[in-house]
Design a protein around this ligand. Structure first.
Ligand SMILES: C[S@@+](CC[C@H](N)C(=O)[O-])C[C@H]1O[C@@H](n2cnc3c(N)ncnc32)[C@H](O)[C@@H]1O
Length: 280
């Protein structure tokens, strides 16, 4: 016999499927291949927080009110980030990748899923200290236009600066971290010299195209929200963007091992999941 709970769960799953279809058709954002458990959790949390009784009611509101969709998009795109997050990733880049990047006269680096930009400014600092910044073009992209707007300002809350300073030092930072920003009441504003070679843009990894001839792709804490098929497709997009000899930095949570690009790459560092493309 089917219990009431099972019936209820089946209805929720069906409503969720219809909601994702509606979002795709109305707003061209496709969450159908995101981890379903993640999407369900976030949507139910959104209903709860906004006193909306059913997913079908949310669907109606979304279709008639774009602001409602924008709020849900914020809920679905987890924008948590920090400067020099997982400092050992940056340390490993300094120790194992920078030497090879120095052999190129000009570099293109793509941060895919950059959120509010803390990772990109951290990388810009690293490149500056390693004498690479002036020959590098950085693309920093995210599918959420609101976070891209924030990233462009280079302004962050002062609340986290003590932790960021500690991360910077652990990452092998060579200067005094405070040299890179100007503090006002409750914000820090990063030096414009760090953003002059950065192009911030909206880009959806699910539906948008490649960046051509990139020497390094950094995309940490993004693929974890996708199901395996979508991870595989997005890894192929990154692969098509990378030159042979280029690097893919995924951070400790993600891997290429299950994907069909795996054979073209060798691990530069297995813990930090940094890979080098060795075949076309
Ligand atoms: C947890 S943040 C990671 C930020 C940064 N990379 C880090 O590790 O600190 C994940 C980011 O991926 C973005 N994202 C999710 N799905 C995306 C997609 N389909 N295309 C582009 N960005 C996406 C989210 O908007 C969010 O800003």
């Amino acid at each position: 016999m089917v219990s009431d709970n099972e019936t209820q769960d089946r209805i929720v799953n069906l409503e969720l499927e219809l909601l994702l279809q509606a979002i795709q058709q109305q707003y061209d954002y496709d969450f159908r291949e995101y981890s379903r458990a993640h999407v369900k959790r976030r949507v139910l949390h959104y209903l709860n927080a906004n006193g909306i009784p059913h997913i079908s009611e949310l669907q109606h509101r979304l279709l008639t009110d774009e602001q409602c969709f924008r709020k849900l998009l914020k809920e679905l795109s987890i924008n948590v980030t920090e400067m020099f997050r997982n400092p050992s990733f940056y340390k490993t880049i300094r120790e194992k990748v920078v030497g090879l990047l120095k052999t190129y006269p000009f570099l293109k680096i793509w941060h895919a899923g950059c959120a509010t930009g803390e990772e990109v400014y951290s990388f810009a600092i690293l490149l500056k200290e390693e004498g690479l910044y002036d020959r590098t073009q950085i693309y920093a992209t995210d599918f959420n236009g609101d976070v891209i707007k924030k990233a462009k300002t280079g302004s962050f809350s002062i609340r986290n600066i003590r932790d960021y300073t500690s991360n910077y030092q652990q990452s092998g930072g060579k200067e005094s971290f405070s040299d890179y920003y100007h503090a006002t009441d409750n914000r820090v504003l990063f030096d414009k010299s760090l953003s002059k070679n950065i192009v911030f843009a909206e880009h959806n990894l699910v539906s948008d195209g490649v960046f051509s001839e990139v020497n390094m792709v950094i995309s940490r804490n993004v693929l974890i929200y996708f199901n395996r098929e979508l991870q595989n497709r997005v890894l192929n997009l990154m692969d098509r963007s990378l030159v042979t000899g280029g690097f893919l930095g995924l951070g400790s949570k993600e891997t290429i091992m299950f994907s069909d690009i795996a054979a073209k790459y060798k691990a530069v560092d297995s813990k930090e999941r940094i890979f080098k493309k060795i075949h076309v």
